[in-house]
Design a protein around this ligand. Structure first.
Ligand SMILES: NC(=O)c1ccc[n+]([C@@H]2O[C@H](COP(=O)([O-])OP(=O)(O)OC[C@H]3O[C@@H](n4cnc5c(N)ncnc54)[C@H](OP(=O)(O)O)[C@@H]3O)[C@@H](O)[C@H]2O)c1
Length: 257
C-alpha cells in the first residue's frame, strides 16, 4: 500500500531531501509550509488538520522563522493537535543532539527545540524524534571568511566540538521512521568523526580545492559549544559518509567543476 506522508517544511534544506527520500521509497508526499498556505504560527488546529487529512504520517522539518522558543512551542502544539484531528498515525520530527545539556542552557534556539520536542510528545499518536548533530553544510552556515587570492582563504569560526553528519543521512532516517512501522521515542544520529568546526571548515574548503586557514572564536557564556555537549551519546546511530564524500556527492568538489 502506498503511504502518504506530509512533510512540514518541505521546501527547506532538509525537507526537500526528505521528500526525495520518501519518493525513492515509493511513498506519496505532501510538502507543506507557509508558501503552500500551511502556517504553523496560525495555530488553528482545524485549519491545519484539513491539509493533513488522508496522511498516514507527518514529518516536521520546519524551523521557527523568528527562532523564539515560544514560537517553536506553540507551532509544535498546534501541529500535534492537528495531526490527531486528521487521524495521522505517526509523527516524526528532527531535533538537535545535546540541546538538554547544561552547558547549552543559555542557547535560546536550543531551548526552543526542547520546547518543540515536549509539545510534540503530547500528541495522541506515536512520536519519533530524530536528534541529529550539525550537518556538513554548517561549515558555510556558521563560518564566514575572505578570499585572499593565491593565499587561499581566511575564515572565522566559533570554537565548537561536534560530530557532523550528511543531511541526506538525516533525511533518510526521518523517512524510515515515518514509513517502517510505528516508532515512539528519541534516537541520535551523527557522522563518522568528531572534530572541531574549524577542522570541518578547513576540510570542506580543501575538498573544494581551496586552502583555508580558520581562526576560532570562543563563545563566552555558552560553554557547551566547546566542551563536547554537542557530541552524541554512545548509543547514537552513526552514518559513515565523510566530509569529503559529502562534498563530492553535492557536486562541490573542484573536480566536479
Ligand atoms: N542545520 C543543522 O545543522 C541542523 C542540525 C540538526 C537539526 N536541524 C533542524 O532541522 C530543521 C530544518 O532546518 P533547515 O535548515 O532545513 O531549515 P530551512 O531550510 O530554514 O527550512 C525551514 C522550513 O520551514 C518552513 N517554515 C518556516 N516557518 C514555518 C511556519 N510557520 N509554518 C510552516 N512551515 C514553516 C519553511 O518554509 P516557508 O518559508 O515556506 O514557510 C521551510 O520549508 C530545523 O528545525 C533545525 O533546527 C538543523
Amino acid at each position: 500500500m502506498v503511504q502518504r506522508v506530509a512533510v512540514v517544511g518541505g521546501s527547506g534544506r532538509l525537507g526537500a531531501r526528505v521528500i526525495r527520500a520518501l519518493a525513492a521509497r515509493g511513498a506519496s508526499t505532501v510538502p507543506l509550509s507557509r508558501r503552500s498556505g500551511f502556517d504553523l504560527t496560525r495555530t488553528d488546529p482545524d485549519l491545519l488538520a484539513r491539509d493533513l487529512a488522508g496522511c498516514d504520517a507527518v514529518i516536521d522539518c520546519s524551523d521557527a522563522a523568528d527562532r523564539r522558543p515560544a514560537t517553536f512551542e506553540a507551532s509544535a502544539a498546534a501541529l500535534a493537535m492537528a495531526a490527531g484531528r486528521a487521524g495521522v498515525r505517526q509523527l516524526v520530527a528532527v531535533s538537535i543532539v545535546g540541546i538538554d545539556r547544561p552547558g547549552l542552557r543559555r542557547m535560546g534556539y536550543y531551548q526552543g527545540k526542547l520546547a518543540q520536542e515536549r509539545a510534540l510528545a503530547a500528541a495522541a499518536m506515536p512520536v519519533a524524534i530524530v536528534r541529529s548533530t550539525q550537518w556538513f553544510g554548517f561549515a558555510d552556515q556558521a563560518s564566514a571568511g575572505v578570499d585572499l587570492g593565491r593565499f587561499g582563504r581566511l575564515n572565522l569560526a566559533p570554537a565548537m566540538r561536534m560530530r557532523p553528519v550528511s543531511v541526506d543521512a538525516v533525511a533518510e532516517r526521518l523517512a524510515r521512521a515515518a514509513l517502517d512501522g510505528l516508532h515512539q521515542g528519541r534516537i541520535e544520529l551523527a557522522g563518522p568523526e568528531p572534530m572541531r568546526l574549524a577542522e570541518l571548515v578547513r576540510r570542506v574548503w580543501r575538498a573544494r580545492g581551496v586552502r583555508a586557514r580558520v581562526a576560532q572564536l570562543p563563545i563566552p557564556g555558552i560553554p557547551g559549544f566547546a566542551d563536547g555537549s554537542l557530541l552524541p551519546g554512545t548509543r547514537a546511530e552513526i552514518d559513515p559518509t565523510t566530509v569529503e564524500a559529502w562534498v563530492v556527492a553535492e557536486g562541490l568538489s573542484q573536480s566536479a567543476g
